[in-house]
Design a protein around this ligand. Structure first.
Ligand code: NDP
Length: 472
């Protein structure tokens, strides 16, 4: 049991002005594994005051000084890798080996990359009689979700601090514990007081207090499109900068001459990563009509090898979902798909018989899905793949773009040039060509209702900069 009863504000662990707390639940066992304070608007206000006071001196430090702190934080995360990986595996349900590589591994890359970018970034350029200088945007509010809790915190906090901003972070109440570990690490490296502040609590209370705060210059949010719209609305009253990384309904497009076994296998694996709780997951698979049945046969075989089980069981290929609410949502979507007339190839809405406890959902594949169906349009956020047949390349592109979202995607073809040609016509922020891997220094973000702005690499760093012209 990990209990945190204080918030981290102004370089100190301090009680919340509220009295409440939230339990953190182990996704595999349904047992309470931790507790955190339920912060409130007064806590946010205190955190903003401390971030504001810290901003002027921090913004005037050199990039090299800031990089020095980021590298110490990176080392602190490396030193606590096992604890972070185990904590997130328990909270979120991701199998421990993957949690170690992804949930604990990626944040170290992000802190290191932010340090490198800060020290190499050209903050000034000349145009005509003007010197154009880039300055930190100010106090940044960060609101983050539960699916990749520390990875997404790092995607915001590391570049913000590297740019010279100060931050107030609200992690998801569902998987908040790694954010507290990060605060401990930040405290241990003696980052100047107020540069990083942590206020836990729920979205309506703490999240909206951040989005609406007059003395926060920018809010950066990752989560559902619905909550992102609300954050935009609340933030608009103070005209602050808003960065949003929202949902997705990404497509794997398999062209006629692609290696079907390879493409379908990779497509199912991508869809099921983190039990389908990945915003950029390719949850639609578009296959030529003539190859539909063959693709379905391969997908069934791959899906059935994803043995569900607890996050710490070595035989587990598919962990539970994060919470009861998510489990019920996803089961509801599976029932909807059956009602809509899609073919249930494997899986289904029932709890796996051998796993009566834990928020498990069976690895599910639907075939003969039509693009207009709810299961092909809405973000399910579970291990549910929709296979959609298409007529020709133009039809495949039309279906891939038939979505309010535009976050990720994949194209498979015998020739990478053909895959790239199709990828350029799909309106989405990232596309893997013939299995190209996730790159934590490439820009990540959405077209359409998948969001606004980019994270990672120099593009993510620039989100935290204001531009000023000095006319000479
Ligand atoms: P939310 O979007 O509600 O949660 C994300 C973060 O936003 C959390 O920190 C949450 O706080 C906060 N939040 C919620 N409402 C507000 C608000 N009005 N103002 C400010 N902050 C707010 O996601 P859910 O947990 O409800 O998940 C529901 C669905 O969202 C999923 O099924 C999935 O489709 C999608 N989702 C997408 C993610 C992505 O990476 N794109 C990540 C997570 C979910 P708290 O939860 O602590 O109250």
């Amino acid at each position: 049991m990990k209990t945190y009863d204080k918030l981290y504000i102004g370089g100190e662990w301090t009680p919340s002005s509220g009295k409440g707390s939230f339990d953190v639940v182990n996704a595999s066992t349904e047992e309470v594994m931790g507790r955190i304070p339920a912060g409130n608007a007064a806590d946010v206000d205190r955190a903003v005051r401390s971030a504001r006071a810290a901003f002027d001196p921090w913004s005037r430090t050199t990039p090299a000084e800031r990089a020095g702190y980021l590298l110490k934080i990176q080392a602190g995360i490396v030193a606590r890798t096992k604890e972070i990986a185990e904590t997130i595996a328990a909270e979120v349900g991701m199998p421990i080996a993957l949690s170690t590589a992804i949930q604990a591994g990626l944040p170290t890359v992000t802190f290191g990359s932010a340090a490198q970018i800060a020290t190499s970034y050209p903050f000034e350029e000349q145009t005509g009689n003007s010197l154009v200088v880039r300055e930190p945007v100010g106090v940044v509010g960060c609101i983050t979700p539960w699916n990749y809790p520390l990875h997404i915190v790092a995607a915001k906090v590391a570049p913000a601090i590297a740019a010279g901003c100060t931050v107030v972070l609200k992690p998801s109440e569902v998987a908040p514990l790694s954010a507290f570990i990060l605060a401990e690490i930040i405290d241990s490296v003696r980052l100047p007081r107020g540069v990083f502040n942590l206020v836990s609590g729920d979205g309506q209370t703490v999240g909206e207090a951040i989005a609406g705060h007059a003395d926060i210059d920018m809010v950066t949010f990752t989560g559902s499109t619905q909550a992102g719209k609300r954050v935009s609305e609340v933030a608009s009253k103070t005209v602050k900068r808003v960065a949003l990384e929202l949902g997705g309904k990404s497509a794997t497009v398999i062209l006629d001459d692609a290696d079907l076994v390879k493409a379908v296998t990779a497509g199912v694996q991508d869809c099921y990563l983190n039990s389908g709780q990945t915003c950029s997951a390719c949850t639609r698979m578009l296959v030529p009509k003539a190859k539909h049945d063959e693709a379905v046969r391969i997908a069934k075989q791959v899906a059935e090898a994803f043995t569900p089980g607890g996050a710490f069981d070595a035989t587990t290929k598919l962990g539970p979902l994060v919470s009861k609410i998510q489990q019920e949502r996803v089961r509801g979507y599976i029932k909807k798909g059956i009602e809509e007339g899609a073919t249930l190839v494997t899986g289904g809405p029932d709890q796996p018989a051998n796993l009566p406890k834990g928020y498990f959902v069976r690895p599910t594949v639907f075939a003969n899905v039509k693009s207009a169906m709810i299961i092909a349009q809405q973000e399910i956020f579970g291990p549910v793949l929709c296979i959609i047949p298409y007529d020709d390349e133009d039809d495949a592109i039309r279906i891939a773009n038939d979505s309010n979202y535009g976050l990720g995607g994949a194209v498979w073809a015998a020739n990478a040039e053909d895959a790239k040609r199709v990828a350029r016509r799909i309106r989405t922020g990232q596309i893997a060509i013939n299995g190209g891997g996730f790159n934590p220094t490439a820009p990540f973000g959405g077209f359409k209702q998948s969001g606004r702005g980019r994270e990672f690499g120099k593009w993510g760093f620039e989100e935290f900069l204001e531009i000023k012209s000095l006319q000479l």
